[in-house]
Design a protein around this ligand. Structure first.
Ligand code: FEO
Length: 170
């Protein structure tokens, strides 16, 4: 049995991860519409990863005998005013998700729930990688985004990203 507060936070995270998938799909659609198919592909793959994160939280709750309750997924409401602002919103969102993961970790730590802490270790690391990826995209866009030829090459590079299943297996 999980602590009530920890279980509630884990359940809430299911919704947050599905929202992340929804948000990144929205980003992806924006980029496709702008003719930046590589960026669109990059965020479509990211949306798949976020869905995987949601499924991992579901699996973990079920492995611990918890009934998972699904909530409505919020409509993405990020203003997409330019290709670069979308990237900045992506980093902002990852920072927010990191804070959520840390809050669950903190709750697990305070009730000596070592199992949940171990489960969350993977997400702590994953968040570090995702923040770095989001930050790198902004840096690359700052360097190459204003020159059409460089942007074309950057877009081609991002178009080669392929989906891989998460390394965490529960
Ligand atoms: Fe599931 Fe990008 O955090």
């Amino acid at each position: 049995m999980l602590d009530k507060n920890v279980a509630a936070l884990l359940n809430q995270q299911v919704n947050k991860e599905f929202y992340s998938a929804y948000l990144y799909l929205d980003f992806s659609n924006y980029y496709y519409d702008q003719g930046l198919e590589g960026f669109g592909n990059w965020y479509k793959v990211q949306a798949q990863e976020e869905r995987d994160h949601a499924m991992l939280f579901i699996q973990y709750l079920q492995n611990n005998g918890e009934r998972v309750v699904l909530d409505a997924i919020e409509k993405p409401n990020v203003a997409m005013t330019s290709p670069k602002t979308v990237l900045e919103e992506g980093l902002k969102h990852e920072n927010y998700v990191t804070s959520l993961i840390h809050a669950i970790y903190d709750a697990a730590y305070s009730c000596k729930d070592f199992r949940t802490m171990q489960f969350l270790d993977w997400f702590v690391k994953e968040q570090g990688e995702e923040e770095t990826n989001a930050d790198n995209l902004i840096k690359k866009y700052s360097l190459f985004g204003e020159d059409p030829r460089s942007l074309y090459m950057l877009d081609s590079e991002l178009g080669s990203r392929v989906y891989t299943a998460p390394s965490l297996v529960l």
